[in-house]
Ligand binder design. Structure first.
Ligand code: CA
Length: 222
């Protein structure tokens, strides 16, 4: 899952980015309204966290333009003032929810989960064949065996499980699991797929992660 944070306060942006990365999200940060708008148009995000008070373009302007362009990612507005007017204006412009600063990180996480659930990302365990992944415990299970995953392995497996039987290119995988600093020249995707295979497929006669030569990978039963 990839999140865009549009926030000019470096400290707040850094706090959100670090916290979300620990939860396996890939996070891009834009530090002004114009940059944020560009990012949101170029990349596909699962959610956007948008501050109202921004240099160059306000959060309201950004919101209006993104909705006008048909960007579908749910938007969580951050407002510094506990102003009813701001909230109403934001919701009128199409924001999905808002959070008043300062906020507890746990609350931000909870709001994001609600937004993404509405967008079809459930909190129920993801299942495919005898493999399951539980977003609550962040553990995978193959047959009767519990499997511990690192943050990136979790994100990668989650993406595969949300797209079973679909061939996923390295580019698609990188876009959803890594942030914009990802270097497409590297073989990081292959390396992590191999980590996952070792944990998930190695001890089972039925392999689930398959290579599509020259293209990418697919989660399927043979
Ligand atoms: Ca701000």
């Amino acid at each position: 899952m990839r999140i865009l944070v549009i926030e000019d306060e470096k400290k707040v942006a850094g706090f959100i980015k670090t916290g979300l990365e620990q939860e396996s999200y890939a996070v891009d940060v834009a530090y002004d309204g114009t940059e944020g708008e560009n990012f949101a148009q170029v990349n596909e995000y699962d959610a956007i966290i948008l501050d109202i008070m921004l240099p160059k373009k306000s959060g309201f302007e950004v919101l209006k333009e993104l909705k006008g362009l048909g960007v579908k990612a749910p938007v969580l507005l951050l407002t510094a003032r506990d102003s009813v007017e701001d909230r109403v204006k934001g919701l009128d412009l199409g924001a999905d929810d808002y959070l008043t600063k300062p906020f507890a990180f746990e609350e931000l996480l909870a709001r994001l989960r609600v937004l993404m659930r509405r967008g079809g990302y459930g909190a129920a365990p993801l299942k495919f064949a005898d493999l399951s992944l539980d977003p609550a415990t962040r553990k995978a299970r193959r047959g009767d065996t519990d499997i511990e995953l690192t943050v990136k392995e979790y994100a990668l497996l989650e993406y595969l499980l949300r797209n079973p039987n679909r061939v996923l290119t390295r580019t698609l995988i990188a876009e959803h699991v890594w942030d914009q600093t990802f270097d497409t020249e590297t073989n990081v995707v292959d390396v992590y797929i191999n980590h996952l295979r070792t944990k998930i497929d190695k001890d089972s006669p039925k392999k689930l992660i398959h290579t599509v030569r020259g293209v990418g990978y697919v989660l399927k039963e043979e």
